[in-house]
Design a protein around this ligand. Structure first.
Ligand code: SIN
Length: 520
């Protein structure tokens, strides 16, 4: 096994990971590990934009209020304030760093409207906003001699000694790697791939969350999954996202008869919170109708405003000027994750997390649209301050050879093949999660799912690392969903359809030593 030494290891190469790495490079050497190619991340798929209170009639207090409202009563106020106050500064900095945003005819930054925002505050670059921000950060990391990227390298397990995370075991195509440093930052995104319908890149198998879990770090709010209402309804995985900004510009949802139905479900109609729109679409689908997005009224500027979506529709012979776009909800984002403070520090010393992998409590039970790129930048940027606040690391504490000698028997001696979407067990997992732990849940379905997950777990081999991660994360989500006997934000229980009072207004927190996980 090869030993790699760096001050810091960052797992994941999305916006949060790159921003964390750039910050850390000013205090030490950094290795970024990414399991496929460096651009295989959800950040580059983020279409709609990045929210920030820069409009003349807007303020960070209004952005904060909208974020708290979307979070359905359980967002943590302090991180939300940090996020929304930082928004305008982050945008100014991005522009200085070379990120392009669309401007209106007067040359002012063009601000889009998305669901549950009381103000237009979504900055965008066509429908490629995430890719544009990611490009600028990627170029900065490429110029930074203190950052080295190890692509096509799996992060397998964290190394924890004397209560501190000292690194991780990884594997590239040739060999296993023992990565030793002062701290590990998990920024590997979410876990959308555990669902049969998702907008996420297939790399989103919950690896960071599973690694933290196995190492004993606490997770929080795992039951809260956001389903995006409008993914292109084709038989493909992942499903192509039709940005919420399309509805923000005026497209409406219709059934097969062309009838608009959202006004019957919510006063904000197509711009109601995502969980409301997703459930409404599901209800229509369950009545046997297909659901479409009618964008014909915005046909004139569609190709210019949404070039990526337009190109995708063209490839599948759909003309949004004349045809409705078939859509369906799909798993999009996990609000829960590795429980951290606002500096990204987890419950395990030396282990930090940021971006979708982390749960600062900023999203509560439901994330406000276009807050995720901002979250990645703000909390990724705070990681540097987080490592400075860690207890002093004594390099001599444990010798490399001692660590090597004490490692458990390796599950891998080199990188394994990515988990195959065709694998029957993967399909069964995705189907189970979509049907039983999806948009609408109940006790019977969740218990059935747990049973199925146990059977699947028994049918894995020790080296099937991505599949094991998927099953572990799916199991935690299912247990958390079973335990929360109420409906709130992204967690809807048909057997407990209402939010509970103050008693339920708490976060759920899970660690491997807790019952019932001790036996899992
Ligand atoms: C979208 O463009 O609709 C997705 C953006 C987000 O999830 O915030």
């Amino acid at each position: 096994m090869r030993i790699i030494k760096r001050d810091f290891f960052v797992i994941g190469s999305g916006v949060a990971g790159l921003e964390a790495a750039l910050g850390l490079s000013s205090v030490g050497s950094v290795a970024i590990l990414t399991k496929e190619k460096v651009d295989d991340c959800n950040s580059v798929l983020a279409q709609g934009g990045i929210a920030a209170a820069i409009g003349k009639t807007d303020s960070s207090q209004l952005h904060c209020a909208d974020t708290l409202l979307a979070g359905a009563g359980i967002s943590r106020r302090r991180p939300v304030q940090l996020l929304t106050t930082a928004g305008p500064r982050v945008i100014r900095t991005l522009i200085r760093r070379g990120v392009r945003f669309d401007c209106d005819a007067a040359g002012e930054l063009d601000l889009g409207l998305e669901a549950a925002h009381a103000q237009p505050r979504v900055l965008h670059y066509g429908d490629q906003t995430g890719a544009e921000i990611w490009r600028a950060l990627r170029e900065e990391t490429a110029r930074n001699s203190r950052i080295k990227i190890f692509s096509e390298t799996d992060a397998l397990d964290l190394i924890v000694r004397q209560g501190r995370c000292l690194g991780l075991i990884a594997a590239d195509a040739q060999e296993a790697l023992c990565c030793l440093g002062q701290a590990v930052v998990l920024a590997s995104g979410g876990c959308g791939t555990i669902y049969g319908r998702t907008t996420n890149n297939p790399v989103s198998t919950g690896d960071g969350i599973a690694l933290a879990w196995r190492a004993g770090a606490r997770l929080a709010d795992m039951e809260f999954i956001q389903f995006h209402p409008t993914a292109l309804n084709l038989n493909e995985q992942p499903l192509f996202l039709i940005s919420e900004a399309v509805r923000g510009e005026g497209a409406v949802l219709v059934n097969a008869q062309g009838q608009r139905f959202m006004p019957e479900y919510h006063e904000a109609a197509e711009l109601a919170p995502r969980d409301v729109v997703s459930r409404a679409i599901l209800a229509e689908q369950e009545q046997g109708t297909r659901v479409f997005l009618d964008a014909t009224k915005i046909a004139e500027h569609f190709p210019e405003r949404f070039p990526g979506i337009y190109e995708k529709l063209r490839q599948v012979s759909l003309d949004p000027a004349r045809q409705w776009i078939p859509v369906t909800p799909a798993a999009h984002f996990i609000m829960g994750g590795v429980q951290t403070d606002t500096y990204g520090r987890s419950s395990l010393t030396g282990l930090l997390a940021c971006g979708e992998t982390a749960c600062t409590g900023v999203h509560g039970a439901n994330r406000l649209a276009s807050n995720s790129l901002l979250e990645g930048l703000v909390f990724g940027g705070r990681i540097r301050a987080g490592v400075k606040r860690l207890p002093e690391y004594e390099c001599s504490m444990i010798h490399d050879q001692e660590i090597l000698a004490s490692l458990p028997e390796m599950r891998h001696d080199r990188k394994t093949r990515p988990v195959s979407a065709q694998d029957e067990r993967v399909r069964s997992l995705q189907e189970t999660m979509w049907r039983k732990v999806g948009i609408i849940r109940d006790a019977a379905g969740l218990s059935e799912a747990l049973h199925r997950l146990e059977v699947l777990a028994a049918d894995t081999k020790a080296d099937e690392y991505a599949l094991i991660n998927m099953i572990q994360v799916a199991t935690i989500i299912t247990r958390a969903a079973l335990a929360r006997r109420e409906s709130r934000g992204g967690h809807f229980r048909s057997d407990y359809p209402l939010p509970k009072g103050s008693l339920a207004r708490c976060h759920s927190s899970w660690a491997i030593d807790d019952e019932p996980f001790a036996r899992a």
